[in-house]
Design a protein around this ligand. Structure first.
Ligand code: C2E
Ligand code: CA
Ligand code: CA
Ligand code: CA
Length: 272
C-alpha cells in the first residue's frame, strides 16, 4: 500500500498492524491445533508400473479444523513455515508416519507398503538434531531406515552446509532421499550432482500427453544415467499411465491409481 498524506499513512500502518495481528492469531491457532492433535495423515499409494501393484505410500498432512473442516496443506503449511511451527508439526508427521508404517508391516506382512515417504521442510533439514531425531523415531517404531523416504524440494536441497551434512547423515543411516516436484526449479540438473538423492519425483506438470513428452523422457534418461529411481506424480488417466509405462517409468502416483486416504481406509479390507 502507498502512503498518500496523513490519512493514507494511517491506513498503511493499520494494515501492517492487522497483518501482524492476523499472523499472531494464526500462529496461536496452529499451536493449539498441534497440542489438541487436530492434524491427521492421509496416505497415497505409489505403485509399480506396469501392473499398478502397491510399492509404497506418501504421507500427506491434513488439518481437521474444528470449524472449517478438513484442510489441505495448501491452507496451512506456508503459515507453519512462516512461524517456525513447521518444525514441531514436521516432527509429529514423521513420528506418526513411521509408527503407521511399522504397524502395517506388523499387520499386513508382505501386503504392507514397502516404503513410507514423508515431506520435509527446509527448516527441518537445517536443524542439526534432525538426523538424530529421525534415527530415534525409526528406532522407537522398529522400522528399518530403508523403509523411510524423506522428500525434499529443490529449495531445501539448495540449502547447502548444514542441510547437506544432515542429508548425508540420513543416507548413511539408510534413509532414502527424494527430490520432489522435479523440473519446476531452475538449477535442477547440477543440483542432482551436488546433492545426491535416491529418488526423483517428476512434477505433475510434466506428466506426458500425446506429443508432449519431452521432459518426462529427458528426466527418465537423466535418472537412469545417474542410477536414481524416477517416480511420475499426478497421473490422472489410463492414457498417461500407458505413456509412462511405454517410456520406461517403473513408479507412479496419482488419482488414476488412488487418492490420498486415511490409513484405516487404505487397507481396510485386509486389516482388523
Ligand atoms: P506434494 O508433496 O507434491 O504432494 C502431492 C500432492 O498432489 C498432494 O496434495 C496430493 O494429494 C496431490 N495429488 C496426488 N495425486 C494427484 C493427481 O493425480 N492429480 C492432482 N492434481 N493432484 C494429485 P496435498 O495433499 O494437497 O499436498 C500438497 C503439498 O503440501 C504437498 O505436495 C507437499 O509439498 C505439502 N505437504 C503435504 N504434507 C506435508 C507434510 O507433512 N510436511 C510438509 N512440509 N509438507 C507437506
Ligand atoms: Ca511430496
Ligand atoms: Ca510433488
Ligand atoms: Ca510440493
Amino acid at each position: 500500500a502507498k502512503a498518500r498524506g496523513d490519512g493514507g499513512q494511517q491506513r498503511y500502518v493499520a494494515g501492517m498492524e492487522s497483518r501482524s495481528a492476523e499472523r499472531t492469531r494464526r500462529d496461536a491457532e496452529l499451536r493449539r491445533a498441534l497440542a489438541d492433535e487436530q492434524f491427521v495423515l492421509h496416505y497415497q499409494p505409489v505403485v509399480a508400473l506396469p501392473g499398478g501393484d502397491l510399492a509404497g505410500v506418501e504421507a500427506l498432512v491434513r488439518w481437521q479444523h474444528p470449524e472449517r473442516g478438513l484442510l489441505a496443506p495448501g491452507e496451512f503449511i506456508a503459515a507453519a513455515e512462516d512461524t517456525g511451527l513447521i518444525v514441531p508439526l514436521g516432527r509429529w508427521v514423521l513420528r506418526a508416519a513411521v509408527r503407521q508404517a511399522a504397524a502395517w508391516r506388523a499387520g499386513l506382512g508382505a501386503g504392507a507398503p514397502r516404503t513410507v515417504s514423508v515431506n520435509a521442510s527446509p527448516q527441518q533439514l537445517q536443524n542439526p538434531e534432525f538426523a538424530a531425531e529421525v534415527a530415534a523415531a525409526l528406532d522407537e517404531a522398529g522400522l528399518p531406515p530403508t523403509c523411510l523416504t524423506l522428500e525434499i524440494t529443490e529449495s531445501t536441497a539448495l540449502g547447502g552446509g548444514a542441510t547437506w551434512t544432515t542429508l548425508a547423515a540420513l543416507r548413511e543411516l539408510g534413509v532414502r532421499v527424494a527430490l520432489d516436484d522435479f523440473g519446476t526449479g531452475a538449477s535442477t540438473l547440477s543440483l542432482l550432482v551436488d546433492c545426491p538423492v535416491d529418488q526423483v519425483k517428476l512434477d505433475r506438470s510434466f506428466v506426458p500427453g500425446p506429443g508432449r513428452d519431452a521432459i518426462a523422457r529427458a528426466v527418465l534418461q537423466l535418472t537412469q544415467a545417474m542410477g536414481v529411481e524416477a517416480v511420475a506424480e499426478g497421473v490422472e488417466t489410463a492414457e498417461q499411465a500407458e505413456l509412462l509405462t511405454a517410456m520406461g517409468y517403473r513408479r507412479a502416483q496419482g488419482y488414476h491409481f488412488a487418492r490420498p486416504a486415511p490409513a484405516e481406509d487404505l487397507f481396510a479390507h485386509r486389516v482388523g
